[in-house]
Design a protein around this ligand. Structure first.
Ligand SMILES: NC(=O)c1ccc[n+]([C@@H]2O[C@H](COP(=O)([O-])OP(=O)(O)OC[C@H]3O[C@@H](n4cnc5c(N)ncnc54)[C@H](OP(=O)(O)O)[C@@H]3O)[C@@H](O)[C@H]2O)c1
Length: 260
């Protein structure tokens, strides 16, 4: 299926590895030119070269921290009028007792997991509306639907972003600008490997297992392939997806147990 976005421009943050990179690759495979951003310049340059070589699209690498004003300014200077924005807010906040966090902890979490994406949307959506095409995909988390008490710093800001996007998405869709969220669950990235090893320690490694038994017990019986996540991102970014907006799509192998 031709997704009808060849020649479009996308900005993808957190794109040197993991889910951001998988989204960048899926878009590039559709002929979308990329601007990608991450903090580690060496790893980012390598990813840019590999993405360009694999797909033949133009790839511009911008080293920076998307959670800072400087990082966002550098991204927007390199790609002032993206047709597609994939907001991937990067590092997960620390875990802990949700009542222990103070104002500074909450401010930092809100900055990284809500306001960063919100500011990118604010900077790019008006131009998309003017041009009559735009796709925003926010990478949030399965915890938006299935909260985990010790991950409140990650859950609450992402729900705030989801609420913001839900309102704006209804204003922009008539201009062919959609805003949706992708909710990863147990996708096999470097970060997730660390997460399941940490959880295994917490579970006490009953049989010496290095990985969490609880996490391994999902309905799909396997971890998600980041390429599967990238494909969902590319579809939500497609010309054909213009009537899908304000939605939160789980890519989690059925881990979210609800019917809706
Ligand atoms: N994998 C899952 O199953 C899963 C589940 C739930 C939620 N998520 C969420 O999905 C997002 C991506 O996860 P992942 O598994 O793909 O992680 P990952 O494999 O660790 O990749 C993270 C990417 O983001 C970049 N990055 C991190 N912080 C950044 C920042 N402040 N500014 C710019 N780039 C930054 C990293 O490069 P640098 O370090 O060089 O900047 C890297 O390219 C995270 O927000 C995570 O919490 C993932």
């Amino acid at each position: 299926m031709d997704l009808g976005i060849a020649g479009r421009k996308a900005f993808v943050s957190g794109a040197s590895k993991g889910l951001g990179r998988a989204c960048a690759l899926a878009l590039a495979s559709e002929g979308v030119n990329l601007t990608i951003l991450a903090r580690d310049a060496g790893r980012l340059e390598k990813a840019a070269a590999e993405l360009g070589a694999a797909t033949g699209v133009e790839v511009t690498a911008v080293a920076g921290d998307i959670s800072t004003e400087e990082g966002r300014a550098a991204a927007l200077a390199a790609c002032p009028d993206p047709d597609i924005v994939v907001n991937n807010a990067g590092d997960a906040p620390p875990r802990g007792d949700c009542l222990q966090w103070g104002m500074e902890d909450w401010r930092a979490a809100l900055n990284d997991h809500m306001l960063t994406s919100l500011m990118m949307i604010r900077a790019t959506v008006p131009g998309m509306v003017e041009r009559g095409f735009g796709r925003v995909v926010n990478i949030t988390s399965g915890i938006v639907k299935m909260p985990i008490a010790n991950m409140a710093l990650a859950t609450a800001p992402r729900l705030g972003l989801t609420g913001f996007a839900a309102g704006l998405a209804r204003q922009t869709v008539r201009h062919n600008v959609t805003i949706n969220n992708l909710l990863p669950g147990a996708m096999d990235t470097e970060r997730f490997k660390v997460h399941r090893e940490e959880l295994a320690k917490h579970e006490g490694n009953p049989d010496g297992a290095k990985e969490s038994a609880q996490l391994a017990s999902g309905p799909a019986g396997r971890w998600g392939d980041p390429a599967e996540f990238g494909a969902a991102c590319a579809f939500l970014s497609s010309a054909q997806a213009g009537y899908i907006t304000g939605q939160s799509l789980s890519v989690d192998g059925g881990r979210f147990p609800g019917t809706l």
